[in-house]
Design a protein around this ligand. Sequence first.
Ligand code: ADP
Ligand code: MG
Length: 908
Amino acid sequence: MALTQPIGPPESDATGVPPADEGRVTPAMAQYVEIKAANPDCLLFYRMGDFYEMFFEDAEVASRALGIVLTKRGKYLGKDVPLCGVPVVRADEYLHRLIALGHRVAVCEQLEDPAEARKRGGKSVVHRDVIRLVTPGTLTEDTLLDAGRNNYLLAVARARMSSGGEDAQFALAWIDISTGEFRVTECDRASPSAEIARLEPGEIIVSDALFSEADLAGYWRSLPAVMPLGRDVFDSATAERRLASFFAVATSEAFGALTRLELTAAAACVTYVERTQIGKRPPLSPPLRESAGASMAIDQATRANLELMRTLAGDRRGSLLDAIDRTVTAAGSRMMAQRLSAPLTDPAQIDKRLDAVAAFVADTAARAEGRSRLQAAPDLARALSRLALGRGGPRDLAAIRDGVLAAAELARALASLNDLPAEISEATQACRKPDGMLAAELSAALAAELPAFRRDGGFVREGYDATLDETRALRDESRRVVAALQARYAEETGVRILKIKHNNVLGYFVEVTAQYGERLMATPTFIHRQTLAGQVRFTTTELGELESKIASAAERALGLELEIFERLTASVIAESADIKECAEALARLDVASALAQLAADRDYARPDVDDSHAFVINGGRHPVVEQALARDGTPFVANDCDLSPPQDSGAGRIWLITGPNMAGKSTFLRQNALIAILAQMGSFVPARHAHIGVVDRLFSRVGAADDLARGRSTFMVEMVETAAILNQAGERALVILDEIGRGTATFDGLSIAWATVEHLHGVNRCRALFATHFHELTALAGRLDRLHNATVRVKEWQGEVVFLHEVVAGAADRSYGIQVAKLAGLPASVIERAKVVLAKLEQEDRAAPKGFEDLPLFAVPSKAAQEHPAADLLAAALAALNPDDLSPREAMDALYRLKEQAAKTRKS
Ligand code: ADP
Ligand code: MG
């Protein structure tokens, strides 16, 4: 955000040196202005003693955002200076709120002791500078992060348009600085949004040019934190050099076969990290290339629809992730989310993961043992990152120790598993990698109880360092002397309630109640310092001497502890590669054993995943609905599904599912999509048996979904999304269409649904499930050889509908809409009236000739064929009118409506 007038650089000198008239601008203010000018798009947290202060517009913004008091301090260029501040000890909490609101914060610290500055003369300012920019994509603090989710910084780079007008290529690079992960991939024009939907980055950086591109402006605005940056950050000519220098290697050959565009995106990431971390290096892994197509492509709408990570309402509870995540560590939970959002497409890799799950399913004891060891493993990756960035505390060192120890024990425990599958044996090897000496050293050094911050001191164990022990003894001894002194003073003065106390202003002092004040004043020993309402305070020469002894001993002890901290941190960082591998291995083992636990708890089966186009699910269940029903003791009705190509034709089947509202159509559709996702992420699946030929793209659309937020009509959204499917789905895709065509008038909708089914069958030739309330569509099965009609059974019993949730071959005879409306509590009079209307409409319908069944595929329908439906509609509308029931006004309205409809019929 741009600064408004009053905070511009001082008039006299653009470098920020205070103007000659020092009465107007204090040196501290000049320093502030200079630092702020260098960080124009951040709120500046300006350290002053125990507070971070904000001035001018920053103060106004922050006080509004945080609900803290806005005050004034002094004047700058003749105007009041707005000010607000947050205490340093609570800074994290305020940072969290500001970041969540989309702000970026520059943290400016005092880089010397104020006493040093005073030595330079009365007017000298404490040396300060920005030590870190806090942005949404570069967080490391546990208090600012969700333990179970990655927080990515994503860079999007685009190739210069080729003159041939080819589709623009994009490269994406993303890092999680809190764990060190670093990935890159390339994709075509259509895919960046799907990748962004998968990664859900905390922050996205793009070049100014890409940011201001007209086509993309709306898209960038729809994302939470997009930061445009100058050309230099995305300069492809310097990319390789910047990467190589970050990783301190001679050439980027170390990064394998990254393309020029991928190097550009990756370099943008590291440059941004350097700019925000200011001299500190997170332990990033070298960028790892993800080849396009390595994971199932799932676009944003499909992810939302299938409620993979959260429900449509935005809650984690009720999502697929929530239903399947049994991990016991934060790193495991992050990996579970990653795998769920990017199911694999290579059957060999999928099988490797499934082997590990199967091993833990088979060996209950190893699973239980493994999971209890994992529970003791803290978040190694994040602790390591904080230590490397100089933001670590004693508890991070302890986390490294405990994580490394737990990993070693886990590896030992799992050695007993028979026939270790590759995934597990690789992980256990990685668990053994960190040097045992490091954990032993940390165990010896760290005290049992650890403070949150190293500045608190007291974290080094007694007996670890002889000099530290001596200094501490001196400090504590002096404290004992103070206690003895109190007793002696009480004795000498005869004031039994005399106390020696300590505060930050006076240091140590003697305190007595007001009535004894006079008595102490009369002695030469006691020097008066302060008189309060009830007490009088004194100091003595002896106390002053003791105090400085204590202070210097305490200071020395803390200094020694900090030195030990630095040494231990350095030895941790020296092993960061092994520690990271170990952390990742723990996460893998957590995920495998958690999925095994899930499979055992909920009776899941190992799927067969291969390169065929098969899709056979026997006894499939919906993983989330099943668990929700189980809580009420209701059983879930398992259903089969078979979309495999008839012979070995390659083209899959389409199931057209009809059935009344509430029968279970949507549930059936989704469960099959979710089973495919689970199988390909390497999980067992809620089915008796599943055979799935790898799905490369998954689409799921629900008719008339709400997208009011982006201001498009729901029907428009439905059609845009349907268009995307019809244009993109290939033979390996799986398409789930739920009530497409619902968002418009009946005949429009039916025609669109009709043509969509034909297109899927004839052109896309993919496996598909299509639920519809248009029973007319079932007639298509007569002509489309791979179309199969299925329906969800219901029973009518004493005029009420009973849902059996059982999917069987065939078409629904009718919709039971009125029965469902009755269940929903519509007034009886409305229900009765609706029955009469329906009976009439059905009578008319039977009389009218059917025009659909002989439409030629993809041909323009004949005029005659088109006229019938509209004429039907007019007849139905007429039949529904009961002149005896109408008021004169209603009769007029009806007449106008009918005329309008008749006009439309003629036009079409
Ligand atoms: P439709 O799409 O046909 O209107 P839904 O799929 O939304 O119906 O299902 C309606 C409700 O029926 C679900 O919320 C669920 O509680 C229940 N249900 C659906 N399928 C099953 C099933 N296979 N077994 C048990 N209950 C089911
Ligand atoms: Mg439905």
